[in-house]
Design a protein around this ligand. Structure first.
Ligand SMILES: *Cc1c(COP(=O)(O)O)cnc(C)c1O
Length: 400
């Protein structure tokens, strides 16, 4: 085995530099823990941006994956397979939406929702062809395709990548009035995150999602919630919109839909909307393959059987409360819902990066999001004593 330094040198030489990772080279994961090539153990407080809600290498999902991989992995949707129907059914039973459409990455599912909203606009709402507009929020993160970065407001995601896809309008996040004012007869949909994860764990004002829902209903506009990061238990509800008893027309899922084993995403909605897609309208060679479906079924069953939604609520409340009590001269605000927590540092703290590096040296892996926010989002299987262990180290680093 090579040393940490050697692995990093090879990676920097041969790989594109489109990330700025912490210098830890992980070779093994188990539950909430990962181990680097030197044998050092770390608590994973990022969970691969919430893809690992079930923890690393969950034995039940691993078993389902190995069994299915030995049977059949890919049929393409040209033929049917015996896993996809059951994945559809179990996803519907769990989320309360009638139908779903499986894709691979989160960005592909966002693209799917955009296409569906546009088709609905022309076929159902009667918007003149190719005039449909979708309202998004400033500070959004929905993925990295050329269309999606067209409506990003983050220069780093967008600059140098135009020309941009038209048909999107950005309004301030959390401001329902601004959103309503942006609606025109050509508005097809509103696309928002219930909490902006990549934007810095930005929680909108209480009642915002409810107002967005009312506005969308009043103007015959689809409400699309990107729950790729907030969904599947992360915030202490199965879907973060449920904190305000809001039911969007379309919900986009990804990340934890496979528990970290495989790229699986989906758009979920009811038949009057998702039923608009006809053969040929949309597709993916790998989307809905039997390996993905078997893994997705196991990932959902772990969320249900291990009561991860409930655990996220309980442990998240404790973690947030304890983090808020750390007497640090660097901290501006601690905010979060469930186990999606952001610690925003004051500008004079010199950026979150150096704190993440110090945390790493203490065996806690967290990542800065934007310049001044440390995100804490451990797997939802975490228990109280592990949180206490993490808090000891976080306290040390934030009061250094
Ligand atoms: C991660 C993420 C995406 C993109 O998912 P990928 O699988 O990286 O394409 C989209 N929206 C939100 C809210 C995300 O957190």
């Amino acid at each position: 085995m090579l040393t940490t330094k050697e692995y990093i040198e090879i990676e920097e030489q041969y790989g594109a530099h489109n990330y700025h990772p912490l210098d830890v080279v992980i070779t093994r994961g188990e539950g909430v823990w990962v181990y680097d090539v030197e044998g050092k153990r770390y608590l994973d407080c990022l969970s691969a941006y919430s893809a690992l809600n079930q923890g690393h290498v969950h034995p039940k999902i691993l078993k389902a994956m190995i069994e299915q991989a030995g049977r059949v992995t890919l049929t393409s949707r040209a033929f049917r397979n015996d896993q996809l129907p059951l994945f559809y059914k179990e996803l519907a039973e769990m989320t309360g939406y009638g139908m779903s459409l499986p894709m691979n990455s989160g960005a592909e599912a966002v693209e799917t929702a955009i296409k569906l909203a546009r088709k609905w606009a022309y076929q159902v709402k009667g918007i003149p062809r190719y005039q449909a507009e979708i309202i998004v929020a400033e500070g959004n993160f929905h993925g990295r395709t050329t269309t999606i970065i067209s409506f990003s407001t983050e220069p780093a995601y967008r600059d140098d990548f135009g020309p941009f896809t038209p048909g999107f309008v950005a309004v301030p996040y959390g401001d329902a009035l601004a959103l309503e004012r942006a609606i025109t007869p050509n508005t097809a949909a509103v696309l928002i995150e219930p909490i902006q994860g990549e934007g810095g764990v930005i929680i909108p004002p209480e009642g915002y999602l409810k107002k967005v829902r009312e506005i969308c209903t009043r103007h015959q506009v689809l409400m699309i919630a990107d729950e790729i990061q907030t969904g599947l238990g992360r915030t202490g509800k199965l879907l973060a919109c449920q904190h305000e008893n809001v039911r969007p027309d379309l919900v986009i899922l990804g990340k934890a839909l496979s528990g970290g084993f495989y790229p699986i995403s989906a758009v979920i909605a009811d038949e009057p909307i998702l039923g608009l897609f006809q053969p040929g309208d949309h597709g993916s060679t790998f989307g809905g393959n039997p390996l993905a479906a078997a893994i997705g079924r196991a990932a959902l069953s772990v969320i249900r059987e291990e009561k991860l939604v409930e655990n996220a609520a309980v442990q998240g409340e404790y973690f947030l409360e304890q983090l808020s009590e750390i007497p640090s001269r660097y901290v501006k605000e601690v905010r979060g819902k469930g186990l999606l927590i952001g610690v925003e540092l004051k500008p004079e703290a010199g950026g979150a990066r150096r704190f993440c590096e110090a945390l790493k040296d203490h065996g806690v892996l967290a990542k800065e999001t934007h310049q001044h926010v440390i995100r804490f989002a451990p797997p939802l299987i975490i228990d109280r004593s592990t949180i206490d262990w993490a808090l000891d180290h976080i306290r040390t680093v934030l009061t250094m």
